[in-house]
Design a protein around this ligand. Structure first.
Ligand code: FMN
Length: 549
C-alpha cells in the first residue's frame, strides 16, 4: 500500500465509522451470544509460571506518583508480580445471580471485552527464568506463560540497547473481541483500550519507582516476531501495537530500539511455545478493520538519531497532598453505570483534575508518549461550584491554541475563568446549560448530562495523519492515556468516571463549529457522583484461584 493509499484508507475508515444520529456505524445490531469471544487468551502447552499476589499497601500515596521522587525497587519476581497485578490483572467479579458473573480488570475496556494482551520481555531474573524470555501475561490466573526462551546472545542484542535493569512490556490487540459487539467502529475502541493499558502500566511502574516509555523503532511486523504472534492468522490473530521500555525512573536512556535483522530471522524460525486457544467457534467478518489495520501498521523508524528518553520532570506539587494509597485507587477504579445528577465538585478540585491532564503542568504520565501532545479537551461543565455552567476548552499544548482558534466557530468568548490558576490554559467558550447537548452528543446516554462535567477529546487530526497513517491509532492511545488519568483522578476526588466511546462525532464538531478534519473528537468522558446498581454483588478478583476454569 502506498503512503497515499494508506492515508486515504484511514480517512475513509474514520469517516465511515462515525456514529450519526440517523445511522450508527455498521455493526451486527444485536449481540450474537453464541459467538461471544473468550476474554482470556491462553497458549495451551506453554509452561506457566504463577505470579505472587501482592497485599494491599498504603504507600506510595497517589499524589506522590506525580512528583516522581520514589526510590526504584529492585527488579525481581515480587516486583514483576506486583507490576502486572497493578497494571493488567483482574480487579473484581460482578455477579447478578449465582453463576452469572463477569470479571473486571485494572485496565478498563470498552464493553468489558478486553482486546488487549500483555507481554513481558525480560533478561535472566531470579524467580522467573535463568535466561532471557518472552512471556504472555494471563490475567485470569495472574501468571506468565513462557512463549520464548532467549539465548544469552539474543537477549544481549536487546539488552545492550536498554539501560541497566531495563526490560520491556509489549501490547497487542485482538480486534475480533470488540468487533463481535461493535462491528466496524471496534478498531477505534481497541486502540482506546491500548491507551488505557499504556496508562495502567505507566502508573504501576511509577508505584515501583520505575518509569515507562513507548519505544520507537521496531515495525509492527518485527514486534509481532519478537512477541511470537507473527504466525497467528485469521480474525482471532493478535496485532502487535507497542513496546514499552521499563527502567528505573532516574535512568538517562534513549527511547529507541532496533531489532537486528539476524535476531529477527532467528526468532522468525524458532518455535514458539503453546497454541493460541480458540476464542469463538464462529465469526462475523469486518473486512474494513483488516484494511485500516494494514494501512496504519508501523513500518519502523529508520531516519534520524534515536529519540532521547524524556528526562523525568517534577510535577506540580503546590496542591494539598492527599494520603490516599495509589494502589488502592488503581484496584478500586470502576466505571460509573449511572450518575446521580446531584453531586457537585469544588472549583479547586476541578482545576486539580485538569492540571493532571495538562502535560505542561503534570508531565507524568504523558512523558511515556514519544510525541508532542496532540489532544485538547472540550468540556461541558454542569456542576462545578463557583464556575458558570457552559462550554470550556482546555488547551493541552501551547501549539494547539492558534490552530484551535482558527478552526473553532468565531464568536466564542475565549475568556479565562476568574479563579483559574495561571498555569492552566482553560478558556470559557460559551456560558449556558450544556447538559442536554452532552447527553445527545453521547448517543443519548444520560451519564454525560448527570455528571459534574463531561468532555470530548479533540485530536489535531489532519496534521498528525500527514506524518503517516500509523499516527491514527496513536491518537487513540493518547486519548486512552488521558482517560486513564481521568478515571484515577475521579477516584481520588471521591467521584467516579466513565469512558464514552459512543458519541455522534459530527454533532460534537458542529457544536464547536469545526467544519473540516483539522480537529476531530476521538473519545468522550464523564465524571460525577455514581449510582451503584444494588442488584450486583462484588466478588474478590481471585476468589476462583483454586477452582478449575
Ligand atoms: C474505550 C471505552 C469506551 C467506553 N464507552 C462507554 C460508553 O459509551 N458508555 C458506557 O456506559 N460505558 C462505556 N465504557 C465503560 C466500559 O463499559 C467499562 O470500562 C467496562 O464495562 C469495564 O468496567 P470497568 O471500567 O468498571 O472496569 C467505555 C470504556 C472504554 C475503555
Amino acid at each position: 500500500m502506498t503512503v497515499t493509499e494508506a492515508m486515504q484508507t484511514t480517512v475513509d475508515y474514520h469517516e465511515r465509522t462515525k456514529h450519526q444520529p440517523h445511522a450508527y456505524a455498521r455493526s451486527l445490531g444485536y449481540l450474537d451470544w453464541a459467538t461471544q469471544p473468550d476474554p482470556f487468551r491462553r497458549f495451551q502447552g506453554a509452561p506457566m509460571l504463577p505470579l505472587a499476589h501482592p497485599p494491599d499497601s498504603d504507600a506510595p500515596a497517589y499524589d506522590d506518583l506525580f512528583v516522581g521522587s520514589r526510590p526504584a525497587q529492585p527488579v525481581g519476581y515480587q516486583t514483576i508480580s506486583q507490576l502486572l497485578f497493578d497494571a493488567l490483572a483482574l480487579s473484581a467479579w460482578k455477579e447478578v445471580a449465582p453463576g452469572n458473573r463477569w470479571s473486571l480488570r485494572v485496565n478498563p475496556s470498552s464493553g468489558d471485552l478486553h482486546p488487549t494482551e500483555g507481554y513481558l520481555i525480560i533478561g535472566p531474573t531470579e524467580g522467573l527464568s535463568v535466561s532471557g524470555a518472552v512471556y504472555h501475561y494471563a490475567p485470569y490466573e495472574h501468571a506468565l506463560e513462557q512463549r520464548r526462551a532467549l539465548t544469552a546472545s539474543e537477549w544481549e542484542a536487546i539488552a545492550s540497547q536498554l539501560p541497566p535493569n531495563g526490560f520491556l512490556i509489549g501490547l497487542t490487540s485482538i480486534y475480533w473481541r470488540e468487533s463481535w459487539k461493535y462491528g466496524e467502529r471496534a478498531f477505534r475502541y481497541c486502540h482506546h483500550d491500548v491507551g488505557h493499558a499504556i496508562g495502567t502500566v505507566t502508573f504501576a511502574t511509577a508505584v515501583l519507582g520505575w518509569r515507562a516509555a513507548i519505544l520507537d523503532g521496531p515495525s509492527s511486523e518485527s514486534l509481532a516476531v519478537l512477541l511470537g504472534c507473527h504466525q497467528q492468522r485469521g480474525i482471532e490473530a493478535e496485532h502487535a501495537d507497542c513496546l514499552l521500555l521499563i527502567a528505573p525512573r532516574a535512568t538517562p536512556a534513549t527511547a529507541s530500539l532496533e531489532l537486528p535483522e539476524a535476531l529477527l530471522s532467528r526468532l522468525q524460525q524458532a518455535p514458539v511455545a503453546g497454541h493460541a486457544n480458540r476464542l469463538s467457534h464462529d465469526h462475523h467478518e469486518w473486512p474494513i478493520i483488516d484494511r485500516v489495520a494494514a494501512a496504519t501498521s508501523y513500518s519502523g523508524r529508520s531516519d534520524g538519531p534515536p529519540m532521547p528518553m524524556v528526562t523525568p520532570r517534577i510535577g506540580d506539587s503546590s496542591l494539598p497532598h492527599r494520603e490516599v494509597s495509589a494502589r488502592r485507587l488503581i484496584h478500586q477504579r470502576r466505571s460509573a453505570v449511572a450518575m446521580d445528577g446531584q453531586a457537585w465538585i469544588e472549583e479547586r478540585t476541578f482545576y486539580r483534575i485538569l492540571g493532571r491532564v495538562t502535560p505542561e503542568v503534570s508531565p507524568f504520565p504523558y512523558d511515556a508518549l514519544p510525541w508532542r501532545p496532540r489532544l485538547s479537551l472540550a468540556l461541558m461543565v454542569h456542576r462545578v461550584r463557583g464556575l458558570d455552567p457552559g462550554l470550556y476548552l482546555l488547551v493541552r499544548h501551547p501549539s494547539h491554541l492558534a490552530a484551535l482558534r482558527s478552526s473553532l466557530a468565531t464568536g466564542f468568548l475565549w475568556r479565562k475563568p476568574v479563579n483559574c490558576p495561571e498555569s492552566l490554559p482553560l478558556y470559557i467558550l460559551a456560558e449556558g446549560d450544556a447538559q442536554r447537548a452532552a447527553e445527545v452528543i453521547s448517543c443519548h446516554q444520560a451519564i454525560a448530562a448527570d455528571g459534574v462535567f463531561s468532555l470530548g477529546m479533540l485530536a489535531e487530526f489532519s496534521r498528525s495523519l500527514e506524518e503517516g497513517a500509523w499516527m491514527y491509532p496513536r491518537l487513540f492511545w493518547e486519548a486512552g492515556l488521558i482517560g486513564q488519568v481521568l478515571y484515577l483522578e475521579a477516584e481520588a476526588a471521591n467521584i467516579r468516571a466513565t469512558g464514552i466511546g459512543c458519541f455522534f462525532d459530527d454533532v460534537m464538531h458542529e457544536l464547536l463549529g469545526i467544519t473540516d478534519r483539522s480537529w476531530q473528537s476521538l473519545y468522550h468522558f464523564t465524571l460525577g457522583g455514581a449510582v451503584d446498581d444494588p442488584r450486583l454483588k462484588t466478588l474478590d478478583p481471585y476468589f476462583h484461584k483454586n477452582m478449575p476454569r
